[in-house]
Design a protein around this ligand. Sequence first.
Ligand code: ADP
Length: 529
Amino acid sequence: MQTLQLRQRDYLLRISRAMTSRLDLPSLLRLILNSAVEMVGGEVGLLVLRQVDGRLAPQAIYGLQPAKAAQVASLLREGSDLAGLGDGSWSLPELSMTLLSAAAGIPLRQVVRMPLRIEDELVGAIYVFRSGGAAFGANERQVLQSFADQAAIAVRNARLYEQVTAEKRRLDAIIENSANGVMILSPDRRVQVMNRALSALTGWPAEEATGEPCWKVLPLENAVGPNLCAAEGLPGLLSEGDPTAPSQAETSLYVEGDLFRAGGSRLTLGVTYTPLYDAEGRLLSIIVNVVDITRFREAEQMKSTFVSVISHELKTPVALIKGYAGTLRRTDVAWDPETLADGLAVIEEEADRLNALIDNLLDASRIQAGVFKLELNDVDLPRLVMKVVDRFRLQTDSHQFEWDFPVDLPSVLADEARIRQVLDNLVSNAIKYSPQGGPIRIGGWQDGSEVTIYVADQGIGIPADEQGRLFDSFYRVDSGLRRQTKGTGLGLYLCKAIVEAHDGRIWVRSEPGRGSTFFFALPQVTEEN
Ligand code: ADP
């Protein structure tokens, strides 16, 4: 017959194999406790582990109701200073044993305690209670101690594994929920991980992108900077094999470029590549961070357009005013009254132009700041158009103004000064962009609850692909005439803002070489309704 010692040795071997392969902490603790109870032939078992707050709490029980386990654990706490106790067989005071037996509902006589230590630190203990049996000898205690040491190592591994898993889950969540696009590439630049934001930017679902080369997923065009995801790749950008190479000191590569998406829209992206190396300097993976800088680029572009347009537009009238004022001031020439009047008229006109430009700029900035107030009154649109046309008629001989209003066009509730600004802009554009002259037809109609006004010219027209952007700020169609005519590209932007502030719409119909018609519709609400 096998001695207890031999059986335990055998058992210990099997159990240590099982323990080292198990990483799920609760099931590992159950395995340890069950084995311990079986090994010493106990009836009841309890495994306690030290918690972050320092208290030892039961983590696995054997042969006990969970409610009773708590009672037993608290008795054990009361009955002993765990840290100060010796190993192995251990007897509690008679009274405690009686109380424990009552709590467990089984007559218990003996308790075996196996402390779980990791490098001298007591992380917990296994208690096995027996109702009888011979006392343990020195060898058996040794076996029990090796079992407890194995168990402690397995517990530590499982805890580390639990920590690593929790950490990984946290990192995964950070990557997945990052507002920036993130992907992780293998050394051969294939996608291993891709987050939601990058899926949204590129239009690639993560499952489809996984395994694909990154130049398929992120095909940047007009790239400026070192692009690791260029189809041909950039050999030598990442040095490999030499851990001391300076380029490996966590250097990131930054590239900017355009991404054209399936629907034809374009994004400007800023992409940072950060290579990760192992201790030997081998490339492990590449972290790719993608930021959508489209709006930033547009704003930058707009700022530079703004500066060039405005400086040009401001400089011209200032130069004219200065030129005329300097000339008229000359004391060595006696100017005849007609020249004087002409010169002063130019100064006045240019000052008006400057003033109008500054007003437009102020309006544009008010729109951007979201403070754009309307003073609403009943406005008789044909009368307003008449006033505008009267003023422009004086400025041109080559254009004929035509009139197309029904007699009963109802008035609208609107800000008259602002609507006049819209009409001024549309009529001035109609003149400006039909340099050969010709008819300019202005009319309107009522349709349901809307009153629509149009201004039609037979000028140069606007190519279809440009029509969508006309109403953007600082947008001017690139043509020979554009370079000859003065303008800031703010006029139609302001028209749109004003019309939309009235809950109206503005649009254009145009054909290059045949002319353009601008329409705007205002809701037909009057003060009475
Ligand atoms: P600006 O006239 O100051 O350049 P706008 O915002 O009024 O700015 O107009 C934007 C652009 O739209 C103009 O530069 C021009 O290219 C085009 N455009 C506007 N009105 C007309 C028109 N009636 N015919 C042809 N092109 C036009």
